[in-house]
Write a protein that binds this ligand. Structure first.
Ligand code: ATP
Length: 283
């Protein structure tokens, strides 16, 4: 049997680091929303009890280090399943970009194996299992728009943002979330307007949303990679709103309501940055 799962990327509308925990992780509040830029995951049932991965990427390992492999291994172990799967990953989401590429692949494997093997595991249990794989995996299990809190494992659904276009611009660098999180000095952080974003989503207010987006990790990444600030400035100057770095970066996004304006900004940014995308929110 073969089964397909779509694995959409996410952007952060807010990312607030609240405190450092005894287990080394941070307590966070993050509002994320899925975007129409997706990897494609195919799951093929195998006769032997093993996990295989195939993908064509210079940047992502196709062995047990792959988050998709770890997801399959976690579900097999937790539920004592002695079946095998071949996972084919077609990557479209840029790697180490702050768009949750690995996390969404892992979440898609959890959802897909739940179907492939008719396990009937409830979504919240899948999300809890996902939390053992990475901070963004529980959100990616559900997708759409949600507030993730705790260390990312407490998910509360939120209304979709007002319809708009998203321009993504990624400089030619990869950023490791771990490096950025290690540099956080929590006491020096100003809290982001997570409540403002929630209010904007509830009121379906595009202007308020754009005024409220914020990310605690941005200043840290900008210090290491000043080109992120240059891209933000260019995106703003081109006329995008709510311009922000997603996750630990380096991808910067801008929100635009009108399609014609969004296309103009997209074309302008292509002259400025190698990798630029023009996508819709999946909300
Ligand atoms: P995060 O903010 O969660 O780190 P990201 O979008 O910035 O996410 P990813 O694209 O998930 O970054 O890649 C982070 C690291 O994870 C890379 O070093 C990559 O090699 C590794 N990785 C493992 N499995 C995958 C996968 N299936 N897809 C992408 N990266 C993966």
């Amino acid at each position: 049997m073969v089964l397909y799962e779509k694995a959409p990327a996410k952007i952060n509308l807010s990312l607030d680091v609240l405190s450092k925990r005894d287990d080394g992780y941070h307590n966070v509040e993050m509002i994320m929303t899925s975007i129409d830029l997706s990897d494609r995951i195919e799951l093929f049932e195998l006769n032997q009890d093993r996990i295989e991965i195939s993908l064509e990427s210079r940047f992502v390992p196709s062995d047990e280090r792959n988050l998709a492999y770890k997801a399959a291994d976690a579900i097999k172990r937790k539920y004592g399943i002695r079946r095998g799967v071949h996972i084919k990953i077609e990557k479209s989401i840029p790697v180490s970009a702050g768009l949750g590429g690995g996390s969404t692949d892992a979440a898609a494997v959890l959802r897909g194996l739940n179907r492939l093997w008719s396990l009937h595991i409830p979504m919240d249990e899948l999300a809890n299992l996902g939390a053992t794989l990475g901070t963004d995996v529980p959100f990616c299990v559900y997708g759409k728009t949600a507030l993730a809190s705790g260390r990312g494992e407490v998910i509360n659904a939120l209304p979709a943002p007002p319809p708009c276009w998203v321009i993504l611009a990624k400089p030619d660098i990869g950023v490791s979330s771990r490096t950025i999180f290690q540099r956080i000095i929590v006491d020096e952080l100003a809290h982001q307007q997570t409540q403002g974003v929630i209010q904007a989503l509830r009121a379906n207010d595009f202007e308020l949303l754009c005024r409220s987006t914020g990310n605690n990790l941005e200043a840290i990444t900008v210090q290491l990679y000043p080109e992120v600030q240059r891209i933000k400035d260019a995106m703003r100057q081109a006329g995008a709103s709510g311009v922000l770095m997603s996750g630990s970066g380096p991808t910067v996004y801008g929100l635009v309501e009108q399609e014609s304006k969004a296309k103009r900004i997209y074309n302008g940014m292509r002259g400025f940055c190698d990798e630029v995308y023009f996508v819709r929110l999946l909300g």
